[in-house]
Write a protein that binds this ligand. Structure first.
Ligand code: CA
Length: 233
């Protein structure tokens, strides 16, 4: 039921904000509207929204900083809506913990599709978290219920995307996952063709897993196909 879903909209451009509000309400979602970054951080805490739609160019604090602050205590999915079109801006937002990125001008239909895709992922994560809560593979341990990954007892300090990437590989240990499958499940269809971004995140994840070039331990690369989490004895 969409009426159970709360969406926080942080956008200072009133016209864009009204457009988003109207579309969300028409689809039955509950909407919380704020017009600056500090209100966004406060509302994210006080309303516990299911999804946050966030403009990067806010009048007080930058959207990137909003992402960082919110990520300090919650994994609530964040969809960035921004006029910034540079790949570096997208990567920075995703790296700091945003889940998806929509460039202005955007179509309302596309926004609604991204929201549905995010909600499907969220439902999947929530049900997976409740069914099988701890993963262990050699020194790697993932506690899905708390969203915490440790390596030899040390917390790995993963970004939300790295965590999602690691969880996806872990849940499919032994299976080769194609690039396309990984991108669709970690980023959603928005990043369908962006193999370069996947490589960047995979390299960063491997570094945190203590892997160096030429000596894979956890993740095997299948060139031109995808990646596989290996079972460590
Ligand atoms: Ca703005």
């Amino acid at each position: 039921m969409n009426s159970d879903i709360k969406i926080l909209v942080a956008e200072d451009d009133r016209a864009v904000s009204n457009l988003i509000n109207t579309a969300l309400k028409a689809a039955g979602y509950r909407v919380i509207t704020v017009y600056n970054g500090s209100e966004a951080v406060t509302a994210a805490a006080s309303h516990s929204p299911d999804i946050i739609l966030l403009d990067l160019g806010l009048p007080d604090i930058d959207g990137i900083e909003v992402i960082e602050r919110v990520r300090g205590w919650t994994e609530t999915p964040i969809i960035v809506i921004s006029a910034r079109t540079d790949d570096s801006d997208k990567i920075e937002a995703l790296d700091r913990g945003a889940d998806d990125y929509l460039t202005k001008p955007f179509s309302v239909d596309e926004l609604m599709a991204r929201i549905r895709s995010t909600l499907r992922r969220l439902a999947h994560l929530r049900s997976a978290a409740s069914s099988d809560s701890v993963y262990e593979n050699g020194p790697l341990r993932i506690d899905y219920s708390s969203g915490c990954a440790t390596l030899a007892g040390e917390e790995m300090h993963l970004t939300s995307l790295e965590y999602r990437l690691l969880s996806l590989l872990a849940r499919n240990t032994g299976k080769v996952l194609t690039h396309r499958y990984i991108i669709e499940n970690v980023w959603g269809s928005a990043w369908e063709s962006d193999l370069g971004t996947l490589r960047v995140f995979m390299a960063s994840l491997r570094k945190k897993l203590g892997e160096t070039d030429g000596s894979p331990r956890f993740i095997a690369t299948h060139i031109g196909v995808g990646y596989r989490m290996m079972r460590i004895d």
